[in-house]
Ligand binder design. Sequence first.
Ligand code: AQP
Length: 487
Amino acid sequence: MISGSRLARRHGLLKWRNLCCRCYSEAPLRPPQEWLEGKPVRGQWDSDENSPEQHERTLLQRRRVFSGIQPTGVPHLGNYLGALRQWKLLHDSSANTKLLGDTKHDQFFSVVDLHALTSSDVPGHVRRQLRRESYASLMAIGLQNTQQTTLFFQSDVTAHTELMWILSTIASTGYLSRMTQWKSKLNLSDDADLHSDEATAKLKLGLFSYPVLQAADILLYQATLVPVGADQLQHIEFARSLARSFNSHVRSRPESGGNVFRVPWPALSAAQRIMSLKRPTQKMSKSDPDPKSRILITDTREEIHAKIKGAVTDSEPGISYDIDKRPGVSNLVDILRNVTSLSLAPEAIAKDLENMTMRAFKEMVADNVCQCLEGVHDRFEELMDPSNQTLNIEAEEGAKKARRVAIRTMRSVKNSLGLESFCASSNMWDREMIRESGTDNTIAEDSNTTIRYITTKEGTADAIQEALAGLNKQSSQVDEPETTKPQ
Ligand code: AQP
């Protein structure tokens, strides 16, 4: 039997460790070292056509992260441990020059509301509320727009769908049909065929081409690193393949200035799959019809305790870790391990707690979850107060910052395909969007051309051509990724 004092010590240790969930500077919770150093997380992608050394150079010069979350409900503990906590670590660490030295780095986090259209058919007012709740949740865990972080709604940046269309002209339907997400969302088996009766009856183009939009999200911001849960790895590999295909397609053209896209790398979180509290063989999910199956990051202490108390376990005495035989208990051990950031293997944690009663164990898990999510509920409530304008101001700021980067990539993409606009007003509009979205070096440089265009608006065709040539010359100087030109 584990003694009371040993249990208390163990509990004390867990609580002490838990502090590290919120305090980045204290070990043991740190982002993977590769992230901090801007290096790729190694995996099956090592055989990329760009050499690892070339990638490393790119990543060391600029680590840019993109990640998104669907506004299909308030994020749950699985979303938090699998994704959002890493976002927060990146957000915090990017401001810490002691850790990162001279490495340039920034991150784009998006509420991907266009993706959510593929899975939830809800009335407009509900969708509006869900979008607000998602954005407020991200702010409640401590994310905000800073020099390095951009927090925005996907639907505020029209370039996502524009790039999706362009990428869809080179995306292979064979590759898409082998992906598992559309099958799992339609409750079809992994080997389901695109031409099966069920697929033909249920599958919509938006769900099928979801990975193309996701690739557009990532490539639009020239991301080098995409933190995701294990279920998303297929999609990152697909985005990589589209980036490489597009680059080699445009590289083969004589007028090409080099690669257009950076090839992104996935970064897996340690908490790859937190399971449902009610059906522990399925992942915790926002869309599970049973609200007791998930802990929301905005739940109160009482709600968290009640949900964990009601989590499905089994009648075996004591605590052990065996995903197949004891999925419910093992899931709680995984949750405990993740919220406390214990570096011990889950089997070792379970061994330490083997003689605890289920009731005491659940209490301990709930206490540690509460501690990990402390303050989120209150900040969320404040942000959702209708009289509080903070969210609107932040969303506006995020949209402007995101558009500025997106417009540049789009201009580069279009130029590489011979889709430069012959219409001066369209270039003018781009320029205005960049101007409106804030100042940076290029805007100061551009102002002469813009003023010149305005003065020639009613002028001769030659004058307009001249102004356009100036714009295009400047855009080709600005838009190319500095580090991906052929060596
Ligand atoms: N259970 C989970 N455990 C660990 N990570 C998870 N993620 C989702 N569920 C778990 C990760 O959270 C990020 C954002 O997910 P998302 O909302 O964009 O899409 P999702 O994976 O479809 O999440 P849900 O909660 O299951 O939503 P619905 O029910 O709407 O489909 C991703 O990085 C994901 O891996």
